[in-house]
Design a protein around this ligand. Sequence first.
Ligand SMILES: Nc1ncnc2c1ncn2[C@@H]1O[C@H](COP(=O)(O)OP(=O)(O)OP(=O)(O)O)[C@@H](O)[C@H]1O
Ligand SMILES: [Mg+2]
Length: 247
Amino acid sequence: MTSTSSGERYRGELRYEGKAKRVYATADPHEYIVEFKDDATAFNGVKKAQIGGKGQINNAITAHLFPQLEAAGIPTHFIEQLSSTEQRVRAVTIIPVEVIVRNVAAGSFSKRLGIEEGTPLNHPVVEYCYKSDALGDPLINSDTALSLGWATEGQLLRIRELALKVRAFLVPYFEQRGVRLIDFKLEFGTTPDGAVILADEISPDTCRFWDSQTNEKLDKDRFRRDLGGVEDAYAEMLRRVTAPVDG
Ligand SMILES: Nc1ncnc2c1ncn2[C@@H]1O[C@H](COP(=O)(O)OP(=O)(O)OP(=O)(O)O)[C@@H](O)[C@H]1O
Ligand SMILES: [Mg+2]
């Protein structure tokens, strides 16, 4: 398959439309095309808007990071970028468990536990949420996922191992680019041969990024919290992610 400026001609039927992306079938049942949208939602869809350029930026950031994660020993769904808003990926069965890795207290963790945002955590915290829009992605633990058949024990161990490997790659990666990685959310899926691989995206929609010098937020919290400068923050993160660094 040759890359063109658009993946449109490879797109089959729309399989899934989420809040941030569309997933299309392709001629190959083992591959999907993911299209990144400018749509943004927060608070479980209560707040909605467009963030100009977000689809292109999140596509570009994910397409930049996933091959590097792959090279670092983390299997991912990413195959190739097709256009400014589209990428070709391996089709997986998504495990309905969102995996959150936290380095610094923020967001729902701070709220739930009464820990001030910005408090560094002595140990990385891996949290699991049930992927359910109807329930607002509630916090669960690994026993819940196991008992309700969402993942096997082996898959849960693998997910935790891979999530920490992603962290080990990303924390210094962003540090070198003047960004503190506060926390991030991952999704994993299974391939037909039973392997667990990293799917979905890694972007300012799914991570908290704070500027290392000023702690300025460079992620979706600017939208959630009406801080302004949302588009600029996303564009700045794309610049930093793709800029070459010394050493
Ligand atoms: N390689 C893949 N194969 C199959 N599905 C995938 C793959 N990568 C991501 N997905 C799924 O595609 C959808 C992407 O859409 P989007 O991010 O817009 O969803 P969302 O609004 O966050 O809703 P959801 O709660 O379903 O994740 C998600 O359901 C995600 O789990
Ligand atoms: Mg999503």
